[in-house]
Structures are given as C-alpha cells and as structure tokens.
Design a protein around this ligand. Structure first.
Ligand SMILES: [Zn+2]
Ligand SMILES: [Zn+2]
Ligand SMILES: [Zn+2]
Length: 147
C-alpha cells in the first residue's frame, strides 16, 4: 500500500544535502532542523549561536550547498549584512523594508532583457545577476502620506 505523506521541511533540506554528496550526520540534522524552523531571514552567525555544538565549517558548508541547490536564497540587507532565507521558487528578487527588515519575494524578473542589451553593448558575457530592492513596506509607510 502506498501511503502519501508530507515530507517535513527539515527532512527535505537534509535530502538536498544528501543529493550533493553531503551525508547526513547529527550536526547536519541539527542545522537543517534549525533552518526549517526559521521565520524570515537569518544570518549564519545567528545559526551558530543557536547551535553551539555544531562546527562553523558545517554551518557554512550546509548554507552554501542549500543556496547552490536553490533551497535557500541569500538576502543582502541595506546595512551590508548577508542573511539567508528559505526559498520556494526559482529565480526571484526581494523587496526589503529598511524600517522593519521584512522581505517580500518579487516574482518574475523583468530586467533580463535590459541586462542582455547592456552586456552585449559592453561585449560582456552575462552569466547571472543579483538584485535587491530597498524601500519601505506598506505597513511602514507614514499613514498621513498615503491617506
Ligand atoms: Zn528569496
Ligand atoms: Zn516595513
Ligand atoms: Zn532577475
């Protein structure tokens, strides 16, 4: 009998590491469980403080592999701090609020054509791009200005 079940996120992340040849061990399980429980974005340093028993190399290697496989995306805050966040889709950008730090995914990418033109004009071979959009989210707008 085939039983379908929802695979918990931590297990999916662990599978992703396994697919990249990174065998499952208890520190890696701790890392994927901590990441799966995150709401919003977090830093590698926060993860390290949360998991004092896990080595720095394991945390950074896991983060890198999960970014490379598309399970996590990197978020560069306006202050220069690099954060990570669970990613549920392919190529996308973020709308980052400079007041509350919230991040919204910006689906679709309308700048590919522009970048192709610009690259061609510079005889530059385009291999990818990374764009973050900074501003204030609707909740952080001064209400007087909107009404
Ligand atoms: Zn993202
Ligand atoms: Zn905000
Ligand atoms: Zn894009």
């Amino acid at each position: 009998m085939v039983r379908t079940r929802v695979i918990p996120l931590a297990e999916q992340l662990l599978d992703t590491l396994g697919e990249q040849g990174y065998r499952s061990t208890s520190p890696r399980k701790a890392v994927t469980q901590a990441i799966a429980a995150k709401q919003g974005h977090f830093t590698a340093e926060q993860l390290r403080q949360q998991l004092p028993g896990v080595g720095r190399a394991t945390i950074y290697r896991s983060l890198k592999l999960l970014v490379d496989s598309g399970a996590l995306c990197r978020v560069l805050l306006e202050d220069g701090n690099l954060h990570y966040q669970l990613s549920h889709q392919g190529h996308h950008h973020h709308l980052l609020c400079v007041e509350c730090g919230s991040s919204q995914d910006l689906l679709g990418c309308d700048i590919e054509d522009l970048l192709r033109q610009v690259s061609a004009a510079h005889r530059f071979q385009l291999s990818g791009h990374w764009l973050e959009v900074y501003g204030r989210c609707y909740d952080c707008l001064p209400k007087a200005a909107t009404g």
